[in-house]
Write a protein that binds this ligand. Structure first.
Ligand code: SAM
Length: 291
């Protein structure tokens, strides 16, 4: 049997079930088996590891994962795909499809129940682009016992995730993702490998989970508040952004200036030049005075 992702088999399946794509669910299916082979290779799976997939579609990536990993659990929100997946994934007895919105799923529980006895679990997916950031932040913030994440996403978001300080793409998303993981872009992908073709270019990124955070934080929620405040208006200085965007920032202007001075951060710098270490130092200092 040909791979699901070959254009001819995908067309056959879509036709047989009369399936119509829902743009609102980010349904752009992969129709290039070579890309799938590469994604799975970057995930470094083997027959002892588990894989979580988000949005299996008609099973194109799922079957590659099923051939490589010990077990695959796939979250699919679109009920119309369930009978299709029943048929396309019938040859694999190590796949569980859950008809759930991944954003509402109790992932800790699913991991415990579905992957008992499996230590290394990777998330591997061609993400629905309308919810890329919330999905990634959920996976990271819930501090799940994951080895890593390999996902296809919009190139522009991938660039922001792995951006370094001082670059145009660097922002609060870069800091948040880099706090929890070490990201790298492993592939850029042309639009032609999808059906239907998306409007934007895509890339595949790999996030390696950090075992320990890269910086010590007195209060991680406050750290992210300070980071978001510093990136509030990109053209403004950090002093302006902190006074404008922190709660009671204007009232505490003097304390903010003192915090910047004591941490050796020039108040005229822009948020996009601060390293994660500088954000940590600044938020720990501000927390002690005004946080
Ligand atoms: N994995 C397939 C492929 O590569 O051909 C399909 C990928 S397609 C970009 C995204 C998939 O995610 C669709 O099947 C869509 O129905 C599903 N999806 C969208 N939002 C979802 C959500 N919140 N939770 C779970 N699945 C979702």
């Amino acid at each position: 049997m040909k791979d699901i992702a070959t254009p001819s088999r995908t067309n056959e399946i879509l036709k047989k079930y009369g399936f119509t794509f829902k743009k609102s669910l980010g349904q752009n299916f992969l129709i290039d088996p070579n890309i799938l082979t590469s994604i799975v290779r970057y995930a470094e799976l083997d027959d002892k590891k588990g894989a979580i997939e988000i949005g299996p579609g008609i099973g194109a990536l799922t079957e590659h994962l099923a051939r490589t990993a010990k077990k695959v659990v796939a979250f699919e929100i679109d009920q119309r795909l369930l009978p299709i997946l029943d048929e396309t994934l019938a040859p694999y007895d190590n796949v569980e499809v859950l008809n759930q919105d991944v954003l509402k799923a109790d992932l800790k529980n699913v991991l415990e129940e579905q992957f008992a006895g499996i230590e290394d679990i990777m998330v591997v997916a061609n993400l629905p682009y309308y919810v890329t950031t919330p999905i990634l932040m959920k996976l990271l913030e819930e501090e799940l016992p994951l080895e890593g994440i390999v996902v296809m996403l919009q190139k522009e978001v991938g660039d922001r995730i792995s951006a370094k300080p001082g670059t145009k793409s660097y922002g609060s998303l870069s800091v948040a993702i880099q706090y929890y993981s070490e990201p790298e872009t492993v592939m850029t992908v042309p639009k032609t490998v999808f059906n239907p073709q998306p409007n934007v270019d895509s890339s595949v990124i790999r996030l390696k989970m950090r075992k320990t955070p890269p910086v010590e934080l007195d209060d991680s929620a406050y750290f992210f508040t300070v980071v978001r405040a510093c990136f509030g208006q990109r053209r403004k200085t950090i002093l302006n952004n902190l006074t404008n965007n922190l709660e009671d920032g204007k009232k505490y202007k003097k304390e903010i200036e003192e915090a910047l001075q004591s941490t050796n951060i020039d108040p005229k710098r822009r948020g996009e030049t601060l390293t994660i270490e500088e954000f940590a130092l600044l938020s720990n200092t501000l927390k002690r005075t005004i946080g």
